[in-house]
Design a protein around this ligand. Structure first.
Ligand SMILES: Nc1ncnc2c1ncn2[C@@H]1O[C@H](COP(=O)(O)OP(=O)(O)OP(=O)(O)O)[C@@H](O)[C@H]1O
Ligand SMILES: [Mg+2]
Length: 322
């Protein structure tokens, strides 16, 4: 064992996905994923979060055996990928960068054809299986419509239905809400929650922080091909401090008092002044504002979000990587 692998944490029992030092350098020289140690607990809804170009799809393609890593290892459902693909992949439903659909076929016929391409699928139960999958994603009423006439959200659902034709232990969804309007995003989120409620582990990627916060139990954050942090979503956000927020018409005076009280990073936005809370009793800070004649209409610490955690960890905004 070399020094680098000796330093890596051991693979935990019960992890549905575990990678160690997983690295991908594309032929052009682009280092897309760099030494990734990812641990996805069984039964989690795991958010794989990162700005555009941070290496999410590349990681997912390695996990699914679609491309080979430059170095490092990936285990899915306890077996090495890509080596064990033939035994692992039947238990995994995947939707990567949008579904490949036949536009001229109806939704139902797309699923029938997809199911027929699976040599392990019993043709006698095909119609029932397809009907159940349509029902699960809420497409029964639209099943007779041509796929090219589907909205983006309906196409995504049809793609997820493909992944649900067989019972799965793991669902891997790459940006399942990409391009959807807020209503479509809400629908996919509630579908994900529903799928997870029967114990299926769901691994989904997104470049949207609040989406991950709303639906995931666990998350990993990527930036420029590297893992920034991973863990339970509640713990990740708790790692960052919330911001002290004062609502007042007297913002200039309030900002001055907050600085005098030792608050850092004081920012004024409209009728709100926010700052990193100083290390003292906040009741004293509030009293100092009032004593200085600031009309305080609101005072409190806003709960830290995943975005605060990301900014605190990387020192960068959550923007596209170069
Ligand atoms: N086939 C390829 N050949 C060369 N470089 C690639 C290839 N695919 C991706 N890359 C590069 O690897 C990096 C990571 O890309 P990747 O698609 O994994 O990011 P991502 O996190 O999925 O981004 P997005 O949120 O935009 O989907 C980017 O810099 C990208 O340009
Ligand atoms: Mg991607």
């Amino acid at each position: 064992m070399d020094a680098a692998s000796a330093a890596r944490p051991p693979e935990p029992e019960g992890a549905v996905i575990a990678t160690r030092g997983l690295t991908k350098r594309y032929r052009g020289g682009q280092l897309a994923v760099d030494g990734l140690d990812l641990t996805v607990p069984a039964g989690s809804v795991f958010g794989f979060l990162g700005p555009n170009g941070s290496g999410k799809t590349t990681t997912i393609r390695m996990l699914m055996g679609l491309i080979t890593p430059t170095s490092g290892t990936a285990r899915v459902l306890g077996s090495p990928m890509p080596g064990a693909g033939r035994t692992v992949l039947p238990h995994v439903g995947a939707l990567i960068e949008g579904p490949a659909l036949y536009g001229h076929l109806h939704g139902r016929d797309n699923l029938l054809r997809y199911d027929a391409a699976d040599p392990t699928a019993d043709p006698r139960t095909r119609r029932a299986r397809v009907g159940a999958a349509l029902d699960r994603v809420g497409l029964t009423a639209a099943a007779g419509k041509k796929a090219k006439a589907y909205s983006l959200g309906m196409k995504q659902r049809l793609g997820i239905a493909c992944a649900l034709l067989q019972p799965r232990r793991l669902l891997v969804l790459d940006e399942p809400t990409n391009g959807l309007d807020p209503q479509g995003m809400r629908e996919i989120r509630s579908l994900v929650r529903e799928l997870a409620s029967d114990g299926t582990t769901v691994f989904l990627s997104s470049h949207l922080l609040d989406e991950i916060e709303q639906v995931c139990t666990h998350a990993a954050v990527m930036a420029r091909g590297r893992l920034v942090t991973q863990g339970a979503v509640a713990d990740l956000a708790a790692g960052a401090r919330g911001r002290l927020t004062v609502t007042t018409p007297d913002t200039a005076e309030a900002a001055g008092v907050l600085k005098d009280q030792g608050a850092a990073d004081v920012v004024t936005d409209g009728d709100q002044v926010t700052a990193e809370p100083p290390a003292r009793d906040l009741a004293e800070v509030n009293a100092a504002l009032v004593a200085a004649g600031v009309r305080v209409r609101g005072f409190g610490v806003r709960r830290a979000s995943l975005e605060d955690a990301f900014v605190a960890l990387t020192g960068e905004g959550f923007d596209v990587a170069g």
